[in-house]
Design a protein around this ligand. Structure first.
Ligand SMILES: Cc1cc2nc3c(=O)[nH]c(=O)nc-3n(C[C@H](O)[C@H](O)[C@H](O)COP(=O)(O)OP(=O)(O)OC[C@H]3O[C@@H](n4cnc5c(N)ncnc54)[C@H](O)[C@@H]3O)c2cc1C
Length: 462
């Protein structure tokens, strides 16, 4: 391999803060707000031009339900954001479906009103560390490369970029195959006559005899539909005909799903196309391929809707995600690393920051989980995630939040949803603030105390 050596450069330290949040996605926004609420100075470093990450730039809506009666949420920042989204008409009353565009604004407001400094268009390319202590991160920007120093760091990059650059241990992909879950390129279609499409769903249900399986219309604005590889789906027949006619590829049918978006009467958000090969979210070749091939597939799918569905006659693509949807990539080894087996057993922890019963959700050509574990029957049908999963092993001031926390492949397939990710942000932000104020190691932070602070600020636990 041909190489060049770049001469060593001295880099200016341009900013410093008590707590530096690396990545401004779902976890990053919650962690930043939580650390600021504890009285710390906070900087958020983000490569794109808005907060929200996968939920906004990846167009991933809605919030998945935790599967626990009452959906407790376990996050006070989730409540703060939901209030803002509702006030802006960007969230339904149930607190689940939201408009990704409005979330971009709500996330920024949440941070700015707490005095957080946001640095957009900063890509973190390196980490400066000494003896298990992260001193600073190197950012590459249009204005040059420089260092941002901090006392505590929280890796909220989704891919554990900071921990990995710092030399932390991590895992990636399915331990049996080494492969990560499929990635997706999401998009929004507008110009839809939802009433006509809703009536089409009902007529397809009558015609095919597949009664509202993965498809529903409430007679007003709310439409839902899905088709996957297996089983009978209300809209499955249209897909089969299109595949047979060469209007769709079989992969278009293997995972297809749409959701309504609050406040957008003529629009629907699509959770596809999904890619089953070249799925490493840390490989830029794979990400580039997903964008190139994804847009081709999106236009093929639009042509399909126009030809086979009613209500799409004037439809057009109004948004394609600038960020590829990565379900899973690297996970750090934490002070505690939680397994999917513990999850299936519904294990409880006194220092948990999240309670959820969201299932194991492994995408792929076969959607499955081979483990067959009987859950404990303690009258509490959920599992909990302990604080130790947020503390990066062998580091004294490095926390992690979001989908890349210390869990194994199986557990990640459940904890990746936004509700757990948001509560991990609350907990990591509070934990980092306590470590900063007391001058102690991340290893000395007591998750029980963190949880009680979360509750005092409005987080609901069962
Ligand atoms: C296709 C798809 C569908 C999904 N469906 C649902 C759903 O319906 N409901 C649900 O609740 N969950 C769903 N999920 C899961 C959920 O949306 C994500 O797991 C979650 O949003 C991840 O949040 P995060 O904060 O960990 O990461 P992200 O939101 O991805 O945030 C990471 C942030 O860090 C930034 N960043 C990364 N690296 C760097 C760097 N080196 N320098 C600077 N900035 C950097 C990124 O730009 C980004 O803003 C879905 C996920 C996918 C991919």
């Amino acid at each position: 391999m041909k190489t060049y050596t770049i001469p060593q450069k001295e880099l200016e330290v341009r900013y410093s803060a008590d707590v530096v949040i690396c990545g401004g996605g779902t976890a990053g926004v919650s962690a930043a707000r939580a650390a600021a609420d504890q009285g710390c100075s906070v900087i958020v470093i983000e490569q794109f031009g808005s907060t929200g990450g996968t939920a906004t730039n990846g167009l991933v809506t809605p919030y998945m339900h935790s599967g626990i009666a009452g959906d407790p949420g376990c996050s006070y920042t989730r409540k703060l954001i939901a209030d803002k989204l509702r006030a802006m008409g960007g969230m339904e009353e149930d607190g689940r479906a939201f408009d990704p565009m409005v979330l971009r604004i709500a996330g920024e407001q949440l941070l700015l009103e707490a005095g957080v400094k946001i640095l957009y268009y900063h890509f973190i390319s390196d980490v400066i560390k000494e003896d298990g202590i992260v001193k600073g991160v190197v950012c590459v920007t249009k204005s040059g490369s420089y260092v941002i120093e901090g006392r505590e760091f929280i890796d909220c990059t989704g891919d554990a970029d900071i921990a990995v650059l710092a030399g932390a241990e991590y895992t990636k992909g399915n331990p049996d195959t080494g492969k990560c879950q499929p990635i997706s390129l999401r998009y929004i279609v507008s110009g839809i006559n939802k009433q006509a499409f809703g009536e089409f769903i009902h007529s397809e249900s009558e015609r095919t005899g597949v009664k509202n399986w993965g498809a529903s219309y409430d007679g007003k604005d709310h439409v839902y539909a899905a088709v996957t590889g297996k089983g009978d789906w209300t809209l499955g027949d249209a897909f089969d005909k299109a595949v047979e006619a060469g209007d769709l590829d079989i992969e278009d049918k293997l995972y297809w799903q749409l959701f309504s978006i609050p406040g957008r009467k003529d629009s629907l958000a699509f959770n596809n196309p999904e890619f089953f090969e070249d799925v490493d979210g840390t490989d830029v070749e794979h990400l580039t391929k997903a964008q190139l091939e994804g847009k081709r597939r999106i236009y093929r799918q639009l042509a399909f809707y126009k030809k086979y569905f009613k209500g799409f006659e004037n439809a057009y693509i109004s948004e394609i995600a600038p960020m590829v949807g990565v379900r899973e990539s690297r996970n750090v080894i934490g002070k505690y690393t939680m397994t999917g087996i513990e999850m299936l057993q519904r294990k409880k922890f006194a220092d948990s920051f999240s309670q959820t019963n969201y299932p194991i959700d492994i995408h792929g050509k076969e959607l499955n989980c081979k483990e067959n574990v009987a859950p404990v029957d303690d009258g509490k049908p959920w599992y909990e995630i302990p604080f130790g999963t947020l503390v990066v092993k062998d580091f004294k001031n490095l926390f992690v939040a979001g989908r890349c926390i210390g869990v194994d492949f199986l557990a990640e397939s459940s904890i990746r949803v936004q509700s757990s990710v948001r509560s991990s942000g609350d907990a990591a932000g509070i934990g980092a603030a306590l470590a900063c104020k007391r001058g102690v190691s991340s290893y000395d932070i007591d998750g029980v105390e963190v949880r009680s602070i979360m509750i005092s600020l409005g987080a609901d636990f069962k």
